[in-house]
Design a protein around this ligand. Structure first.
Ligand SMILES: [Fe+2]
Ligand SMILES: [Fe+2]
Ligand SMILES: [Zn+2]
Length: 515
C-alpha cells in the first residue's frame, strides 16, 4: 500500500529489493538454477554476507541517472551548436578520440554484456542486483561516449565505423581479446578481472588520462561525459573492492584461486594500458602528465597501499609487478614507434613529436628517452622531411595472449626484445613475456583458439592477402583519409582551414597557439 511505502527508509527499501524479492526455490535444485557458480572452485558459504555499500534501489537509480543524463545531453547539444570541435587544442587530439571510440567504448558494451550475464549466475540476490545496475551503467557509458564523440565524426575522418573496426582491426584485437577472455571465464573470474583488477586497480589509469586529457585539450563534450560517469565509476570501484574481500572472506580455499586471477588480470590490464600510455605521451597536444608519472601515482602508490591492505587475506602483489614498474620508462615509446610504422593500417593518424615534445619526453624519461628512443625518432623525422616517410610493410609477430606485437623489451636489457615461445601439442606459440606465457600454460585449451589478426590475414580470412585490401575492405579504413601520416592529411588540412592557415605551413598543424 502506498501509505506503508512512504514510511520505508532507503536501507529498508534496499533490503526488500535485494532480499525479499529473492526466494528459496522448492521445486528446482539451486545447483541447477545457478550451474556456473561452482566450477571455478570458489566456495561461498554465506551469500547474505554480501553488502552493497551504496544500497542503491532501482527507483533511486533511475531518478538519479535520468537527471544526470538530461544535463549531459544539454551540454552535448551546446557543444555541437557552438562548433566545439573548433576550440580544441589541435586536431591531432582527435586521434586520441578515434582510439578511444574504437578501443574503449566497445569495451563498455562488452562490460554491459558481461555484467548482465554474471548477474544471472549468482545465487546471492545482493550480487545479482549490483551486477544488474552495473550492466545498465556500462550500457549507458557506451551510448553516451558515442554521442559525446559523434559531433567529431562530422568534421574528422576515422570515426565512422567504430564497432566494426573493434571487431576486426589488428590492434583493436588487444582490447577486444581482453574482454572476450573475461566474458568467457566463469562468473567469479569475471568479477576479479573486471570489477577488481580493471575497475578497482587500473581504471584510474584509463579514465583520468583520457578525461583530463580532454580537459587540457578543450574537448568539453568528453570532459562532461567523464564527470557524468565518475559517480558510476566510484560505485564500480567500491564494488570491485567489496567483491574481492567477500570472496576472500568466504573460504580460505579461495585465496590461491583469486591470487592466480590477480596475477593474470594485472598482467593483461598492464599490457592493455600500453595503448593509454602511448596516448598520453604522444597523442595529446597538451600533455597532462607522463605515463611514468601516472603509473607511479595510480599504480605504485595506490596499488601499493591496496595490496598492503590485502596482505591480511594472504594475497600478495601481482607476480610480475616489478617488470611492469620498470616498463613504465619504455612502453609508451615502444608502442608509438609501432603505430608510427604501421600508420597505413590504422584508423587514426600518426606523426613524429615536434622539438618541444621531444624535449618534454627527454625531461620526463631522463634515463631512457635520449638513450633508446630519441635518436630513432629524429631519424624518422629526418626521413620524412626528405620525402621518405617510413612505413613498415611486414606483418608483426603477435603474442598469443595479449595479442600485442612482440615489441616490448627485457627488463634488464632494453636493447633485447622480450620473446617467449613454447610447443604445445605439436604447434609453436609465441608470447611477449613470461606473464603472457604463464597465462597460456595455465589454460592452453582456451588460448590456442585466439583469433590473431596477423595469422588470419596470412590464412586468407580477411578478404585478401595484401595490406591494402585488408585495410580497405576488411577494416573499412578509407585509404588516404583515415590512415597514414598526420601532416598533410585531410584532417590536417581541414584544421588549417578552420584556423585560417594555408596548407603549405607544414608545422602549422601542430601549432599549439592556434586555439
Ligand atoms: Fe563504464
Ligand atoms: Fe565501470
Ligand atoms: Zn603478451
Amino acid at each position: 500500500m502506498a501509505v506503508k511505502n512512504k514510511k520505508l527508509n532507503l536501507k529498508d527499501k534496499y533490503q526488500y529489493l535485494t532480499r525479499d524479492m529473492s526466494w528459496e526455490p522448492t521445486y528446482q535444485n539451486k545447483e541447477d538454477i545457478y550451474p556456473d557458480e561452482r566450477f571455478e572452485g570458489i566456495k561461498i558459504t554465506d551469500w547474505s554476507q554480501w553488502e552493497d555499500p551504496f544500497r542503491l534501489t532501482m527507483d533511486a537509480y533511475w531518478k538519479y541517472q535520468a537527471e544526470k543524463e538530461k544535463k549531459l545531453y544539454a551540454i552535448f547539444d551546446a557543444f555541437a551548436q557552438n562548433n566545439g570541435h573548433q576550440n580544441i587544442s589541435d586536431a591531432r587530439y582527435v586521434n586520441a578520440l578515434k582510439l578511444f571510440l574504437t578501443g574503449v567504448s566497445p569495451l563498455e558494451h562488452a562490460a554491459f554484456q558481461g555484467y548482465a550475464k554474471v548477474g544471472r549466475q549468482f545465487s546471492g540476490a545482493g550480487a545479482r542486483v549490483a551486477c544488474q545496475m552495473q550492466a545498465i551503467d556500462e550500457l549507458r557509458h557506451s551510448q553516451t561516449q558515442q554521442h559525446a564523440m559523434s559531433h567529431y565524426n562530422k568534421h574528422f575522418n576515422g570515426l565512422h565505423d567504430a564497432a566494426h573496426m573493434h571487431d576486426r582491426v589488428w590492434f583493436l584485437s588487444v582490447p577486444k581479446s581482453f574482454f572476450d577472455d573475461a566474458r568467457s571465464a566463469g562468473p567469479f573470474e569475471f568479477l576479479t578481472a573486471i570489477s577488481f583488477s580493471f575497475e578497482y586497480v587500473l581504471t584510474n589509469l584509463l579514465f583520468v588520462p583520457f578525461m583530463s586529457g580532454a580537459a587540457y585539450n578543450g574537448d568539453m563534450a568528453t570532459v562532461t561525459f567523464g564527470f557524468s560517469a565518475q559517480s558510476d565509476e566510484a560505485r564500480h570501484m567500491t564494488l570491485g573492492l567489496e567483491v574481492i574481500k567477500f570472496i576472500l572472506e568466504q573460504h580460505e580455499d579461495n585465496v590461491p584461486i583469486v591470487q592466480k586471477w590477480i596475477d593474470k588480470w594485472f598482467w593483461r590490464g598492464f599490457r592493455l594500458l600500453s595503448l593509454v600510455g602511448m596516448m598520453m605521451d604522444y597523442m595529446l597536444p597538451n600533455k597532462v602528465m607522463s605515463w611514468a608519472e601516472a603509473w607511479e601515482v595510480y599504480y605504485e602508490q595506490n596499488g601499493g597501499a591496496l595490496f598492503k591492505d590485502l596482505e591480511r587475506y594472504g594475497i600478495r602483489p601481482p607476480k610480475y609487478q616489478d617488470i611492469a614498474n620498470d616498463a613504465k620508462h619504455h612502453v609508451s615509446h615502444q608502442a608509438w614507434s609501432t603505430f608510427y610504422q604501421y600508420g597505413h593500417a590504422t584508423n587514426f593518424h600518426t606523426w613524429m613529436p615536434e622539438k618541444e615534445e621531444l624535449d618534454w619526453l627527454s625531461e620526463k624519461y631522463p634515463d631512457t628517452f635520449d638513450k633508446y628512443y630519441r635518436p630513432r625518432f629524429e631519424h624518422w623525422a629526418k626521413e620524412h622531411a626528405e620525402g621518405r616517410r617510413f612505413y613498415n610493410n611486414t606483418l608483426p609477430q603477435l603474442c598469443q595472449v595479449c595479442q600485442i606485437p612482440t615489441i616490448f623489451t627485457e627488463k634488464d636489457d632494453p636493447s633485447m626484445l622480450s620473446h617467449r615461445q613454447i610447443e604445445h601439442e605439436g604447434e609453436r606459440y609465441h608470447f611477449c613475456s613470461d606473464g603472457c606465457c604463464d597465462i597460456f600454460k595455465d589454460e592452453p585449451e582456451k588460448y590456442v583458439q585466439a583469433w590473431l589478426p596477423v595469422h588470419q590475414i596470412y590464412q586468407g580470412n580477411c578478404e585478401g592477402g595484401d595490406v591494402e585490401t585488408v585495410v580497405s575492405k576488411y577494416y573499412h579504413i578509407n585509404i588516404g583519409e583515415d590512415n597514414f601520416e598526420y601532416i598533410g592529411s585531410p584532417d590536417h588540412k581541414r584544421w588549417l582551414a578552420i584556423k585560417g592557415k594555408s596548407s603549405d605551413e607544414k608545422a602549422g598543424g601542430a601549432d599549439k597557439n592556434a586555439a
